[in-house]
Design a binder for this molecule. Structure first.
Ligand code: MG
Ligand code: ZN
Length: 233
């Protein structure tokens, strides 16, 4: 006998953003505030408010503002200052107990995400950008460019590309995010949990979302909708 949990007859899978979603604050912004010259603010404004550059252009130019020699200092700063959103560890346990894959899909960079998620490594999968540390800059590389990145506006780590690995006939897509980089996921997901600026971006396009502040709320919503199926071999 095996037990499986379904929503709308499909296997739920969670695609979660990292910066400002799993973490309380956007870690890229925290790093820029602490380590980059003031130009970073204009780049972020062009991305999020004026919307005149792509996500890939923004993240590439932002990290070029910081010398690679700062690596150890940044890693220490991240571990000391980054706070996880309440309910995150419990939600990972909940997902595992219900056979729900939890994927972190992030436009951030592995060198600062991995140390933060290390304690939960066996409960999630991480898809993000990588980096080289050159004396004068941090140069990013993009292992997950996606085949169909157009709709998300060149996101670098293509969240739609990761979603496409889980066909929607079989999998029920749950997106969790906080900002512009999650808008494309929100358009395609079956259910989107949104906070902060993502609520505004999705409202402009009439995309229905469930607002959240902690992972406890998401867990509650999912446990209300999960259907237990028992299969007799
Ligand atoms: Mg974010
Ligand atoms: Zn994309």
């Amino acid at each position: 006998m095996s037990v499986q949990y379904r929503i709308d007859g499909r296997v739920p899978v969670v695609f979660s953003d990292f910066d400002g979603t799993i973490t309380e604050r956007d870690v890229i912004i925290m790093i820029m505030e602490a380590f980059a010259p003031p130009e970073w603010e204009d780049i972020v404004d062009r991305l999020l408010n004026r919307r005149t550059i792509t996500i890939k252009e923004a993240v590439t130019t932002l990290f070029r503002l910081i010398p690679g020699s700062k690596r150890a200092e940044i890693e220490r700063f991240v571990l000391e200052n980054v706070r996880l959103r309440p309910g995150f560890p419990d939600f990972l346990d909940f997902c595992r107990a219900h056979g729900i894959p939890f994927l972190v899909v992030s436009g951030g960079v592995r060198f600062f995400i991995e140390p933060v998620l290390k304690p939960y490594w066996d409960k999630l999968q991480l898809f993000c950008n990588t980096s080289d540390f050159l004396p004068d800059r941090i140069e990013l590389s993009f292992p997950y460019p996606g085949d169909d990145c157009e709709p998300c506006g060149q996101c670098a780590c293509c969240k739609l590309g990761i979603m496409a690995r889980y066909p929607q006939e079989v999998y029920y897509h749950i997106a969790v995010g906080d900002s512009l980089t999650d808008l494309a996921m929100s358009r395609r997901a079956d259910w989107t949990f949104a906070r902060s600026k993502l609520i505004d971006y999705t409202r402009e396009e009439n995309i229905p979302v469930t607002p959240f502040e902690t992972f406890f709320e998401i867990q509650q919503h999912l446990s209300d909708r999960l259907v237990k199926e028992t299969h007799h071999a």
